[in-house]
Design a protein around this ligand. Structure first.
Ligand code: NAD
Length: 458
């Protein structure tokens, strides 16, 4: 989708809001008029209603997402269900934003209030637009903030639809707003003095730019950045299950997923058997147009395709061997799209570009290890730290790895789980900081006020 320039939906005049020429924007008015002061149970009802509308319109939303991003319809429907799940989860939290009381002795009462920050800017990438926007918008609204969301220029339709549904759910005009546009719009939003908080999900260089912009206005940021997640497969693991999980990593959004465990670390003794199991599964993956519901769709754009193919070429020069794929899809019906054959690259050198940089396309790299210590050292050997996968039947190995790796999540003997919305998620190292999902997310969207009352005689 082309960059449509700056525009807005909902009740905010986006251009006016982000160029800062007009005070009294609708988002500010919404905050000042008391979204935060509503009885919280009303926010509970509205967020639940929004979740219901998302589920009702699932098909239409999924089609928009599939058209924009290219992902299979089934996966887009999962994204809509996850988005609804975020609103349901945080609807359940909206009337439980508790403070605490602190004992000071006779004659004193001291307590804390958890107050919203004001206006939260949500800058969203193109790979899971609706799901990732909802991940930040739901806790922000639940805690009483207003939101200005900015989707990526490549894929903004589902978030615009979400803004319409928010109005339909009874959320007052001005509370949830969308501005569309590319880098310039994002930069203008991030540096606007009327913004009180920023959640950014995207690449590391953009995250750094946003953090600098936020510093000028002294506003807090939550950064959800890239990943290069390792997947440690020990020889004693259930190799069938681990291989099935790895194959689904490729199919899921053509591995354009920040959490995708694309860096396979195989214990030497498991190498040949695992590669055989995985390659068989990968060769069975059907490519096609998202709306036709294949196993795997194209990557999002020509630019992304060229980038991914460039990594594969560089890897081959460094001695990596393509067990499957490694090229743009050749079949006649696919030739016009940005399809890359699902790729398994073996013999990827530790420390090489392929092993270090986020490829963000359907490519799995394989590196081998001989001991637990070596596996942990390789796992920790990139600037990223988002998620680590571990496959073993040995509890001691699993726990040693889980505590030694530097990543915000560790997933043992299974990479996905129903209910993951409740699990705190975020990065170590250059994968970012702050936590989304789970009760922990509320910390990003509230500030604490302490109230001390001296009611004693003196
Ligand atoms: P990106 O950084 O290029 O863009 C993300 C968003 O920021 C877009 O809306 C873009 O328009 C905006 N933007 C670009 N430059 C900006 C600037 N200077 N100031 C303000 N906003 C700006 O990322 P992308 O290519 O859209 O997404 C892919 C990246 O996102 C990958 O690195 C991926 O790992 C990461 N990601 C992280 C998570 C997570 O939760 N940790 C989830 C999904 C994607």
């Amino acid at each position: 989708m082309a960059d449509p320039g700056t525009s807005a939906i909902g009740a905010v005049d986006g251009r006016m809001f982000i160029d800062g020429q007009r005070t009294g924007s609708r988002a500010r008015q919404a905050v000042d008029r008391g979204w935060a002061g509503l009885p919280p149970v009303r926010r509970v009802r509205m967020l639940n209603q929004l979740a219901r509308l998302l589920r009702e319109r699932s098909r239409a939303l999924a089609e928009l997402e599939s058209l924009d991003v290219g992902k299979p319809l089934r996966q887009a429907e999962d994204d809509v269900a996850a988005a609804a799940g975020y609103f349901e989860f945080f609807a359940g939290v909206a009337d439980k934003v508790f403070g605490s009381s602190i004992p000071l002795g006779q004659g004193f009462l001291d307590f804390t209030l958890r107050e919203p920050l004001g206006i939260s800017a949500q800058i969203v990438p193109w790979n899971y637009p609706l799901r990732l926007a909802s991940r930040g918008i739901a806790p922000a609204l639940a805690a009483g903030n207003a939101v200005v969301a900015k989707p990526a220029a490549e894929a903004g339709l589902s978030i615009l639809y979400l803004a319409e549904l928010a109005l339909e759910a009874g959320i007052p005009a001005g509370v949830f707003n969308v501005v569309t546009g590319g880098r310039e719009t994002g930069a203008a939003l991030a540096s606007h003095p009327g913004i009180n908080h920023i959640t950014f999900t995207g690449s590391v260089p953009t995250g750094i730019a946003i953090m600098k912009a936020a510093a000028d206005n002294v506003v807090p940021v939550t950064l959800e950045l890239g990943g290069k997640s390792p997947n440690l497969v020990f020889a004693d693991a259930d190799l069938e299950r681990a291989a099935a999980s790895s194959a689904s990593t490729l199919m899921q959004n053509a591995a354009q997923t920040c959490t995708a465990p694309t860096r396979l670390l195989l214990e030497q003794g498991a190498h040949d058997r695992f590669i055989e199991l995985l390659a068989t599964r990968i060769r069975a993956i059907r490519l096609g147009r998202g709306l036709d519901n294949p196993d795997m769709g194209p990557v999002v754009s020509e630019r992304q395709m060229e980038r991914v193919l460039g990594y594969i070429t560089a890897g081959s020069r460094d001695g990596a061997r393509a067990i499957t794929g490694g090229v743009r899809a050749q079949a006649r019906e696919l030739a016009a799209g940005y399809f890359i054959e699902p790729t398994l690259l073996d013999r990827v050198e530790r420390g090489s570009v392929l092993e270090q940089e986020e490829i963000f396309g359907p490519v799995l790299t394989v590196t081998t290890f001989e001991s637990l210590d070596e596996a942990i050292a390789i796992a920790n050997g990139t600037p990223y730290g988002l998620v680590t996968g571990v496959w073993t039947k040995d509890l001691s190995k699993a726990m040693t790895a889980a505590t030694a790796v530097k990543s915000g999540q560790v997933r043992v003997n299974g990479y996905s789980v129903e209910g993951s919305i409740g699990l705190p998620f975020g990065g170590y190292k250059r994968s970012g900081f702050g936590r989304e999902q789970g009760i922990e997310a509320l910390a990003s969207y509230t500030q604490i006020k302490n109230v001390m009352i001296n009611y004693g005689p003196s």
